[in-house]
Write a protein that binds this ligand. Sequence first.
Ligand code: MG
Length: 203
Amino acid sequence: MKIICIGRNYIAHANELNNPVPKKPVFFMKPDTALLQDGKDFYLPEFSKDVHFETELVLRICKNGKHIPEAFASDYYDEIGIGIDFTARDMQSECKKKGLPWEIAKAFDHSAPLGGFLPKSSFEDMGNIPFSLKINDTYRQKGNSQHMIFSFDQIIAYVSQFISLRLGDYIYTGTPEGVGPTELKDHFQAFIGDHKLLDFKVK
Ligand code: MG
């Protein structure tokens, strides 16, 4: 199982980090050891002073494929969930400055909390899925798939040109604006529409 993450997929988020808006999807990966499930606590890593949260819709891949045409891409995921792409922003900034890969800032253990999923069939329109993150009862991020630069199908078609997708893989589809630092004792709750699918505490 692998986790593929899309970067800079919302214009307002690319802007808030002073990144250019991409012409093709930008992607990177997290290993399976990044997953944090079942509402388990997230422990702030000691190596960073600035761990940012990024709330993202997550696709669950339901069959193997490569070179998937965009027209058939929707057959390759069957559930949509919500997760956090934790990012050691201070370390990422260092990597970007030096032109180095980002893995140290993105792929660390438990950097990918993942909540429950809803069947794709429960959504009328993949291009209109509202989602949100509450920290300590305050909404910190609100997004909607309609603001994605690259749609779910475009992401699957693009990524599968380079990397085979396998049953059970996850794709984190990018974060809207509003990312920020994670604090000790924060209580994270993430929603798709009114469904609370992710709930965990920071220690
Ligand atoms: Mg992200």
